[in-house]
Write a protein that binds this ligand. Structure first.
Ligand SMILES: C[S@@+](CC[C@H](N)C(=O)[O-])C[C@H]1O[C@@H](n2cnc3c(N)ncnc32)[C@H](O)[C@@H]1O
Length: 247
């Protein structure tokens, strides 16, 4: 029995992904991001983002606000987390370091912000905070050009995102064949497959008094159709019974 317990302890220590996590993730992120702000970018970069269906405005979700949402979502090793418009990547790193998600991915069009995110990812790798078999990834590309096919959780902090960008994100997520959770600071337009689950009220870098943050679940069309089908069947059944009674 003692030997079993010993092996169990050693095995769980080896397999525990949280071992790669810094002792105090909030302090660690503060340290690696010291003097690295993503607020100022060149006019050239701003215009590039505007011309490419995006918006360059910047703001961040603070660590404690993000921690509240991430704890509530109870993410597992099956989850793939996306921050759509990830800025300097703090949230992507936080999701990676404090949850057991399989992949944490940040998509950002600004090269300046992407470069900061990438340098912090490299720092985390140097500090041995990257777990084998789990990905921490930053892509310097347009959200519109990003396949979201493996996404299970998406964060959209796009208060100023153009409507066509929001629509394109919603179209792609609703076409997936699995459930997705979406956290959005902007209330999303009505959509049959998007169901509002709850509204958090949390401080943001631009609003210490807090803003509403919506949590949606997105279900595949097939799931919606299955829910609709029994009604049609019942109607047919009723018609048949009525006909039989007439006969
Ligand atoms: C409000 S910031 C959010 C930063 C981060 N998600 C956070 O909450 O801490 C939005 C970011 O989205 C980026 N962005 C805007 N349009 C984009 C697009 N079409 N593709 C990729 N990034 C975009 C902006 O450059 C900006 O850095």
């Amino acid at each position: 029995m003692k030997r079993f317990l010993f092996f169990f302890l050693v095995f769980s220590l080896i397999c525990d992904p949280s071992l790669a996590e810094p002792a105090d993730p909030k302090a660690y992120l503060q340290m690696i991001y010291e003097n690295k702000g993503g607020y100022t970018i060149s006019d050239e970069e701003r215009n590039f983002i505007l011309k490419n269906d995006g918006h360059p405005q910047y703001g961040e979700i603070p660590f404690d606000s993000a921690a509240h949402i991430l704890d509530d979502l109870n993410l597992s090793r099956q989850d793939v987390f996306y921050d759509l418009g990830s800025g300097v990547g703090k949230l992507v790193l936080q999701a990676y370091l404090t949850t057991s998600v399989k992949r944490s991915i940040g998509i950002e069009l600004s090269k300046t912000r992407f470069d900061i995110a990438e340098s912090c990812r490299q720092q985390a790798a140097t500090d041995d905070h990257i777990t084998p078999g789990r990905d921490l990834l930053f892509l310097n590309q347009n959200i519109n050009a990003t396949s979201l096919s493996d996404a299970t959780v998406c964060f959209i902090s796009g208060l100023t995102f153009p409507p066509q960008l929001i629509q394109s994100i919603m179209d792609r997520l609703s076409a997936l064949e699995h459930d997705v959770k979406v956290i959005s600071i902007l209330p999303l337009p009505d959509h049959k497959q998007f169901k509002l689950i709850k509204i958090y009220h949390l401080p943001m870098s631009w609003a210490s008094e807090g803003v509403d943050v919506c949590l949606y679940t997105v279900s595949p069309t097939s799931a919606i159709e299955v829910c609709d089908k029994p009604k049609k069947k019942r109607k047919k059944g009723r018609k048949r019974r009525a006909r039989q009674e007439e006969d």
